[in-house]
Design a protein around this ligand. Sequence first.
Ligand SMILES: C[S@@+](CC[C@H](N)C(=O)[O-])C[C@H]1O[C@@H](n2cnc3c(N)ncnc32)[C@H](O)[C@@H]1O
Length: 316
Amino acid sequence: MSGAHFSHTTVLLNEAVDALVTTPDGLYLDGTFGRGGHSRALLARLSPQGRLVAIDRDPQAVEAATSGDQRIDDPRFSIHHTSFAQMAPLLASLGIERVDGLLLDLGVSSPQIDNPARGFSFRFDGPLDMRMDTTRGESAADFLARADERHIAEVIRDHGEERFAVQVAKALVARREGGNPVLTTGQLSEVVARAVKTREAGQDPATRTFQALRIFVNAELEELEQGLSASLHLLSPGARLVVISFHSLEDRIVKTFIARESRDVVDRRAPFAPEKAMRLKAIARVKPSESEIRANPRSRSAVMRVAERTDVGVAA
Ligand SMILES: C[S@@+](CC[C@H](N)C(=O)[O-])C[C@H]1O[C@@H](n2cnc3c(N)ncnc32)[C@H](O)[C@@H]1O
């Protein structure tokens, strides 16, 4: 089933665009197109000389941008099916050396969550897939069919902060060994609900396990690390990096990266440590307003961090 008709409510729409656009004639990169909420607002803000390159690793996002009634028909815009971790080779292939701003609005889009065929949600029954890029990689069901109990428990504990990770892993492996591996989101929810002994207010017991498997299957934390480090060399002096995270594991990576790249020397303890030529300056940390949270509860956990590239001495 195509995901083009599902919609996504953009989080921190104006805040992100305001933070990103420093020159309306610039060239910007939206590394997480989704359904293009930010991209459309960016295009509205840019001059006829401006340009926007968009990326999404989900083929259905790219399809939504290029065909059907939501497509973006604008000579200043192009979209590419790849991961933002691969933005450097993509931009090189387009003959682009530097961008004037980069936006990453992390995580999954509502069209991904709301489409049962994608297998992201415990709210709908469907095949346990969870891949953002359906053209490659291993589905969550494939992972659970082959991984040993320790590996499954580690993933659920480390990426979901689930206290009952060991019990969930044991139950999954016991079911698999009984010839009945988990193949659907509904089956996974059932197994988790039996293994997780305490209930958190307002939260389905499967929340943490689903989040953990999604992050693992899509290597979300590794992709983020790679994307951030690639961005440093691609941002023009004065350009902004704007990253919206939805959970503490992501935000910690973004915060640590900005803090590390904001230091003026490589290691302050080294006696003759050279100044770094390329630096970031933290500009802002923004949370959605009360009214945005009321209108779109998904925005509740969002944190936007903004940093600006500043150069000291010679350019990189
Ligand atoms: C929260 S949504 C973005 C929503 C978008 N800002 C909007 O307003 O419509 C996140 C999107 O990023 C994509 N995505 C997540 N990780 C990615 C990665 N490493 N590379 C490229 N796209 C990624 C997902 O497929 C999803 O479409």
